[in-house]
Design a protein around this ligand. Structure first.
Ligand code: SRM
Ligand code: SF4
Length: 570
């Protein structure tokens, strides 16, 4: 019997789903009442609709309020499976934030878009407004297949284009079927008889045990960091033809400090399949997760724990049993790396695309730089396609050479640094949202990352390393929302003002970092790294990245495909 059938000790979230009538709960009733917030079960169900109940943690600190006085607000996440927006969609999404949210937009590390600070009374208008742009928030969060990531650059040929369609097809087939979303947010009439019994043919009423993440790479571009996904898809393209895809399973990064039974894990090779079987293979993995994932303990509910517990032999056997096509051995494929999509690039069809650097994904206006206004002006005037990248940046696509020249002028007019003036390290660095909105943040990230980068840039310049793209990924807790454990340097919030420093990942994304130093105060992070960066400069081999150098010279202990939350040895 699959463990998920034993319902006695199911987690509170499983019980909320069980009673939730396919994601309905009493969300609609509470939204139209004067209750200040949703209670636990509804707040859990709300996530499947793409919104998180939060409160401003800055305000709470200042006012010293208890739970009852929290000023509740909502984060709303737009799911954009094809990661491509039209100019009109972008401008419509931009307008919503002035009317209904905090006045900023936030590009996420999974190529989604978030609003923060949405008030309860504005939630319906926000979700309805997003749907009017022909986008959705359904399944942006919750125990379902999340936004499917993919390489953001325009495909170079027909084979790449077909490969990127895997992302769309997986997203469409794993989209929840419940009409609850339409009833609550889009005014569709509720059925008199309640929810039909089989409203979710794939998910069932319990949905998945936890979130499920899929990413598609392209040969030479692992922007989607596929080793960190539940399913990673590497298309096999030979002589311009799509031959199939290699599949990885069981990656995931979240862990808990000091808990050795939680871990970040790189996905393991499952094998390869024919092109027409890629989507079915992905859904097959999701079905194994649905039936066997842990529904008692959410800390151990991700697919990676099942893969570790079973081992790949058992996992493969279960997969083959369910899969209608053939699973072939892993096929030889080229080295993965990450392309820097910033600045101007020529697409295969002769058009141009231009990557605008967005520091930590936050699109807003400040006194120093009017990024949101500048992007609006660019999109308005040039009417480009807009693509969100896994590095929290934004590409404008389908441009002429003349339009590319115009971009520089518009950036200048709005005080936005042209990409060539942003250092290589900053261009590839990420930070998660963290404070003040994230309820799980232990430390700051997005708000302090720019000053950490200022210091690091100064140190790199003083060492003659200013042109090195050292990737720094900073998170306010060990959940790993900007994938710190595969970067050159990962900074992970450990206490209010202190971070654990991880080093030794690499752009290919197929190696985890080591824990290098613990509980380093924010102001000492860069100094702590100074000796290591200095020895890299002195002893590196030609072209050797910081992460590669660390692994060659300093790494002690076993090669790691797993990084546990246990106290590590620096
Ligand atoms: Fe994440 C939870 C933000 C990508 C691992 N993540 C959260 C929540 C919703 C906090 C919460 O549960 O209350 C954060 C909302 C903060 C806010 O105020 O906006 C949050 N995660 C984000 C985003 C916005 C980070 C960013 O700055 O870009 C990313 C949204 C992506 C999207 O559009 O869907 C985001 N989160 C990730 C990634 C990276 C990825 O998917 O490529 C990871 C690591 C990969 C993985 O899943 O293992 C990630 N987030 C987590 C976890 C740990 C999950 C685990 O099973 O271990 C949590 C906590 C949880 O789910 O309980 C979490
Ligand atoms: Fe919040 Fe932690 Fe994710 Fe940062 S890494 S957004 S602090 S859950």
């Amino acid at each position: 019997m699959p463990p998920s059938d034993d319902k006695a000790d199911w987690s509170k979230v499983e019980k909320a789903k069980q009673a939730g009538r396919f994601l309905r709960g009493s969300i609609d009733e509470v939204l139209s009442s004067d209750q200040p917030a949703l209670a636990h079960d509804d707040a859990q169900l709300l996530k499947f609709h793409g919104a998180y109940q939060q409160y401003d943690r800055d305000q709470r600190k200042a006012g010293g309020q208890g739970k009852a006085e929290r000023a509740y607000q909502y984060m709303v996440r737009v799911r954009i499976p094809a990661v491509r927006l039209t100019a009109t969609q972008y401008l419509d999404l931009d307008r919503i934030t002035d009317r209904l949210a905090s006045g900023t937009l936030r590009i996420t590390s999974r190529q989604g878009l978030q609003y923060h600070g949405v008030l309860k009374r504005n939630l319906k208008a926000t979700l309805a407004g997003i749907n009017q742009t022909l986008l959705t928030t359904l399944a942006a969060c919750g125990d379902v297949s999340r936004n499917v990531m993919m390489s953001p650059a325009p495909p170079a040929n027909e084979a790449e284009s077909r490969a990127l369609d895997f992302a769309l097809e997986v997203a469409s087939q794993l989209r929840p079927a419940s009409r609850a979303y339409h009833e609550i947010w889009l005014g569709e009439q509720k059925l008199e008889s309640g929810a039909p019994e089989n409203e979710e043919p794939f998910y069932g009423q319990q949905y998945l045990p936890r979130k499920f993440k899929v990413g598609v790479a392209l040969p030479g571009d692992n922007s989607a960091d596929i080793y960190t996904q539940d399913v990673g898809i590497i298309p096999l393209i030979e002589d311009g033809r799509l031959r199939g895809a290699n599949l990885l399973v069981g990656g995931g990064l979240g862990m808990t400090h000091l808990k050795a039974d939680t871990f970040a894990r790189l996905a393991t090779r499952l094998g390869s399949v024919e092109p027409e079987a890629v989507v079915e293979a992905t859904i097959t993995v999701a079905s194994i997760f649905r039936d066997f994932g842990n529904r008692k303990d959410r800390r151990h509910a991700r697919l990676k724990y099942l893969v570790r517990d079973w081992g790949m032999d058992r996992f493969k056997a279960e997969f083959v049993e369910r899969f209608s096509s053939r699973l072939h051995p892993w096929a030889k494929c080229g080295e993965l790396t990450v392309k820097d999509h910033i600045g101007s690039h020529r697409a295969a069809d002769g058009s141009w695309y231009y990557g605008v650097y967005v520091e930590n994904g936050r699109i807003g206006d400040t006194e120093a730089a009017r990024l949101r206004s500048g992007l609006r002006a660019l999109v308005n005037e040039l009417q480009p396609g807009v693509v969100l990248t896994p590095q929290q940046n934004l590409l404008l696509t389908g441009l002429t050479g003349q339009q590319v020249e115009r971009i520089g002028e518009i950036l200048d007019d709005h005080g936005i640094a042209r990409p060539e003036r942003v250092s290589p390290a900053r261009r590839v660095s990420l930070a998660c949202v963290a404070l003040p909105t994230c309820g799980l943040a232990i430390a700051e990230a997005e708000r302090v990352a720019p000053s950490v980068m200022d210091e690091l840039e100064a140190l790199l310049a003083s060492l003659g390393l200013a042109n090195e793209a050292v990737s720094v990924r900073m998170t306010g807790c060990p959940n790993g929302c900007v994938r710190p454990y595969t970067a050159d340097i990962g900074l992970v919030g450990r206490a209010a003002n202190a971070f654990d420093i991880y080093v030794g990942g690499r752009p290919a994304g197929d190696r985890l970092t080591d824990l290098y130093a613990e509980k380093v105060p924010l102001g000492e992070i860069v100094e702590t790294l100074r000796p290591l960066l200095t020895s890299w400069k002195d002893d590196r081999q030609a072209g050797e990245s910081f992460g590669d150098y660390y692994q060659r010279v300093h790494h002690r202990g076993p090669a790691l495909g797993i990084l546990t939350g246990a106290k590590g040895t620096p």
